[in-house]
Design a binder for this molecule. Structure first.
Ligand code: MSP
Length: 511
């Protein structure tokens, strides 16, 4: 099955921070999971390069917008490489292919009779790149998100007839599963129920944008331009003569994964644009929460922005991915706390998972000639670890499919906690004092090693690096090739060599 997953296309006004890295990591985990389940995944990310915000930033730095965009886009690309993000596409909205597609898309919408010229008056936030609804009584309206004054605009713009799509959008947003998590659905329903208003899709005096054909001096509004970027990513450098060909290239998106602040654009404006252009609609839109740091919103003015590059150098991908995916409920806001981060990595990954693997391999090597112990089939029916694995595998799949990464990660951890308990209860080191217990010990150790193999497989989308190290220690790295089949209990081959174990993850020492 084709499965298209997108992150937002990030503004290049500044380098990436942990907020954008968070969305990308979550999308990466989801894309990896869908690939393991056998889907034909196209995982799209990229950058949103036009508009007044970027134009101003570049001029403020004394460089051309083009040079500025080239530099920051490159930094994004390098960052995702460094994090091992498995994106299939990286789209830039300054590419020629994208510009051409925006023109084709606009012509479609125009031919549908959904574009007209009108007067745009209102208060604009350049940070949000959005007109804001304000109280008529307020003299100096302010953007609470960007903490800056709104700017008054009064100009002739092209408008898109969003109001025409009121009924279609009402039906769409009411479709179960379209907006997730469901807690976010209400705010969109409220917004739509107040009546959709047409919105302006061109700007004058913003030369850093894609020119609108037939309207001299107008460039496309950055959101009209950027949303079409999801389509450009699928087209790549192919030549398409009709937009409908996109339906063979992976459109519609299976899910747009975005932050809660841009849900309206994805769940309302974008679908209306697509209906007007005669294209299919995305199947779901997931709006996640914001990351804060020690209780405060991360922001440059507060000086508490976490630099993903630095974090990665210091702690590695596994630690950060685990914290972000396991500790924060995707959909809710989440707080990055140093102490909690250290505790979680040390307890969950180093102690519960890492030590379990290490000590079980050591015992197996010691008593079974460096090999995976034999496993007697009589044990098979009643093995409590097998039952636990079955339950947790099913929970893992169900929850990760709903982007409930915290539940999926906890399911893996519970498997490891259960296996540690099993090992402590069976105490093979005591049983081995009597050689007659060899068969029982073999079965016990096999069961724990088999649980470790399943933990290694389940961890793959969440922590691909740690997963690989676990599977290599068990000589099972090929199991990833047929992930789903290999989740069956008992696939670990007795008699296989077990290499000398080394710690799969190190503790973080100080904070
Ligand atoms: N360019 C638009 C998206 C266009 S998509 C066609 C944009 N870019 S952005 O760079 O400002 O934001 C990208 C994403 O980062 C948004 O989903 C936003 O919610 C997310 N985040 C920005 N700050 C964040 C946190 N502090 N925490 C989590 N995510 C945050 O909007």
């Amino acid at each position: 099955m084709n499965y298209t997953i997108t992150t937002p296309l990030y503004y290049v006004n500044d380098k990436a921070h942990l907020g954008s890295t968070y969305t990308t990591i979550a999308s990466d985990a989801f894309a990896r999971y869908q690939r393991l389940e056998g889907n034909n995944v196209t995982f799209i990310t990229g950058v949103d390069e036009h508009g007044q915000k970027i134009q101003r930033t570049a001029y403020g730095l004394g460089i051309s917008p083009r040079d500025h965009c080239d530099m920051i886009s490159q930094q994004y690309k390098q960052l995702w490489d460094k994090w091992g993000i498995s994106n299939d596409r990286f789209v830039r909205t300054t590419s020629n292919q994208h510009k051409e597609l925006v023109h084709v898309f606009f012509n479609r919408v125009n031919n549908s009779g959904d574009i007209y010229l009108g007067q745009q008056q209102g208060w604009y936030c350049v940070g949000c790149e959005e007109y804001k609804e304000t109280d008529p009584g307020i003299k100096d309206p302010f953007c609470s998100l960007h903490k800056n004054n709104l700017e008054w605009r009064d100009e002739v713009n092209l408008f898109f007839k969003l109001s025409k799509f009121q009924k279609e959008i009402e039906i769409l947003i009411d479709t179960p599963g379209f907006i997730q998590p469901t807690s976010r659905k209400n705010e969109i329903c409220n917004f739509v129920s107040q009546g959709l208003k047409d919105f302006s899709i061109s700007r004058i005096d913003v030369p850093w944008g894609i020119p609108v054909p037939g309207y001299q001096g107008h460039t496309f509004y950055v959101w009209f331009d950027a949303l079409v970027g999801y389509l450009s990513a699928l087209v790549g450098d192919k030549c398409i003569s009709e937009l409908e060909e996109l339906h063979d290239l992976g459109w519609p998106a299976s899910v747009h994964i975005i932050g809660k602040d841009i849900l309206r654009f994805h769940a309302v404006y974008w679908p209306a644009m697509l209906i007007s252009a005669g294209l299919k609609l995305p199947k779901r839109v997931f709006g996640h929460g914001f990351l804060t740091r020690e209780g405060q919103k991360m922001g440059k003015s507060l000086g508490n922005v976490l630099d993903p590059n630095q974090l990665l150098d210091e702690f590695g991908t596994d630690a950060i991915r685990w914290y972000l995916l396991k500790d924060i409920q995707f959909g809710n806001d989440g707080d990055f706390q140093n102490k909690r981060f250290h505790d979680l990595v040390n307890n969950d990954l180093a102690n519960t998972i890492g030590n379990l693997l290490n000590r079980t391999i050591s015992m197996s090597r010691k008593w079974f000639s460096d090999k995976v112990p034999p496993f007697s089939p009589i044990e098979k029916m009643s093995n409590s670890l097998e039952l636990c694995a079955l339950k947790k595998i099913s929970l893992f799949r169900k929850s990760i499919d709903q982007l409930e990464f915290h539940i999926a990660s906890q399911a893996i951890l519970d498997l490891a906690i259960n296996a540690n308990g099993y090992l402590n209860e069976k105490a093979p080191w005591k049983l081995m004092k009597d050689i007659n217990n060899l068969e029982v010990v073999a079965n016990d150790l096999y069961s724990v090693l088999e649980t470790c193999r399943i933990i290694g497989l389940l961890l793959n989308p969440i922590l691909p690096e740690l997963s690989n190290r676990i599977l290599v220690q068990l000589s099972c790295e090929d199991d990833l090739n047929s992930w789903s089949d290999n989740l069956n209990w008992g696939m670990l081959i007795s008699g296989k060599n077990l290499p000398i174990p080394t710690p799969v993850i190190h503790k973080i020492e100080s904070y």
